[in-house]
Design a protein around this ligand. Sequence first.
Ligand code: G3P
Length: 249
Amino acid sequence: MDTPLPAWPYPRLIAHRGGGKLAPENTMAAMRAGAGHGYRMFEYDVKLSKDNALILLHDDDVDRTTDGHGPASGMTYAELAALDAGAWHSPAYAGARIPKLEEVARYTIEQGIASNVEIKPCPGRDSETGTAVALAVRELWRDAAVPPLLSSFSEVALAAAHVAAPQLPRGLLVEQIPMDWRDRLVQHDCIALNVNQKDVTPELVKMVHAAGYRLTAWTVNDPARARQLLDWGVDGIFTDELAAIRPDA
Ligand code: G3P
């Protein structure tokens, strides 16, 4: 007999990095774009600054998504917040800033939008970032109806988050599906496996569900593929194409 599936209080369509391609990723402008397109769940990346502020940033360095240079791990929050995190995307977003997690928490909770907080540690800071994110999320969302799903490619970060706030739901992100995916989900007491959408087949969906886990897929930008994955029963898909892939579809 199949193991029952864990509760999943999340919408099936998730705006990647807040606003997909519509606005500079991981900024408040991205969150507003996601909300404006009707998305009710956002994924975003969180790491620690040099002085231990939890901030939104995908890459290890600030070069691609700001007008600054160098690794984020060497910069204080004040230095990061002084960068322009919007002009690289388009002139309309010049002046956008790197937000703190607490700002995004306030906004998403107010708007009734669910979150997938991806723990994205600076190199070498996996454990402390996992702990810091989990403790902050537990506190910031303590009165929220739906807790964020924590996820990470870093199993060290996920393990630390598990210890720090075991009650928060966790998902394991994988670049490639490992043979021992079940053991890893058990080890970190996860509710979901989060895989590259290219690896999803109807058989995989059935197998992950039969084992008692939810399956999510990144990053799906083709509307026909999104429809197919939803029809196969995938529990969540991350997309950049917020205009073409409609959250009410
Ligand atoms: O968290 C899902 C997806 O965003 C994973 O890829 O590179 O955007 O962290 P990445």
